[in-house]
Design a binder for this molecule. Structure first.
Ligand code: DGL
Length: 265
């Protein structure tokens, strides 16, 4: 049985995993959480598979030793689609991954067309091919990489101006593909992107439903820790790799979410 103060460790390259954290707090507000952002490694989407796998497995190994979590959530599609199997092989705690929500999107689309935006690394993964084959074989899945949206989401949470041209470009690129005009369902295959829901809706139009996995992942975590004792700390911990200055500007977003001041790993 887990120690009541043993945390749920949520891991991402940056602030994207806060979308999973928010969904988890909605259903399990008493859970102690340590949020870890690999700001020194951001962005993962522009790295090779080998770099992401080595970095994520190494960091999660060290973080698990330091924080003794009851469960680890890799709240990052890029890291999960590349390294989930490897991390499960090396860590002994339960690991919950984050993979593109193609299954629910396939059940929702009225036109048969599904758009998917993610990082460059995520959209080329065989993991995504397998999800398409298993759940959307009779649909048309149109994928594009939208790496600039990661920086937009990081900026938005720091209260900085967002480059909406990057979002308009992503919408235009997806619409320009064959069948792009039929997209009514858009999979946000990067945990950063739900932070830009309002901006995405204004570019794609109000008829396009945005689908992401955060609520399903939160429910999965809650299920796995059901019945375990939990003592909520006064504030949850927000831990970053690299210099603490990289977290500057996040103060309001962190206070609103019940975090203490950022710490470095
Ligand atoms: N949040 C990460 C994801 O879900 C990606 C951001 C990055 O490129 O590091 O894919």
């Amino acid at each position: 049985m887990a120690d009541a103060s043993s945390p749920i460790l949520i891991f991402d390259s940056g602030v994207g995993g806060l979308t999973v954290y928010d969904a988890l707090r909605d259903i399990l507000p008493q859970a102690p959480v340590i949020y870890t952002a690999d700001l020194a490694g951001l962005p993962y989407g522009e790295k090779s598979e080998a770099e992401v796998a080595a970095r994520v497995a190494g960091l999660l190994g060290r973080m698990s030793e330091r924080f003794a979590p009851r469960l680890v959530c890799i709240a990052c599609n890029t890291a999960s689609t590349i390294a989930l199997g490897m991390v499960r092989d090396v860590l002994e705690v339960p690991i919950v991954g984050t993979v593109p929500a193609i299954k629910p999107a396939a059940a929702m689309t009225r036109t048969g067309a599904i758009g998917l935006i993610g990082t460059a690394a995520t959209i080329r993964q065989r993991y995504v091919d397998a999800l398409e084959r298993d759940f959307a074989a009779d649909k048309r899945l149109l994928r594009i990489a939208a790496p600039d949206l990661v920086a937009c989401a990081e900026a938005k949470l720091r209260g900085q101006a967002i480059d909406t041209k990057a979002i308009a470009q992503a919408a235009a690129d997806l619409r320009a593909q064959a069948d792009g005009a039929a997209i009514v369902t858009l999979v946000l295959a990067c945990t950063h992107f739900p932070l830009l829901a309002a901006e995405l809706t204004s570019e794609f139009g109000p008829d396009v439903a945005l689908v992401d996995g955060s609520q399903g992942i939160a429910r999965r975590i809650a299920h796995l820790v059901d019945g375990q004792p939990m003592t909520a700390p006064d504030a949850n911990r927000f831990v970053v790799t690299g210099p603490l200055e990289a977290a500057a500007g996040l103060e309001d977003a962190l206070v609103q979410r019940g975090f203490a001041a950022p710490e470095s790993f």
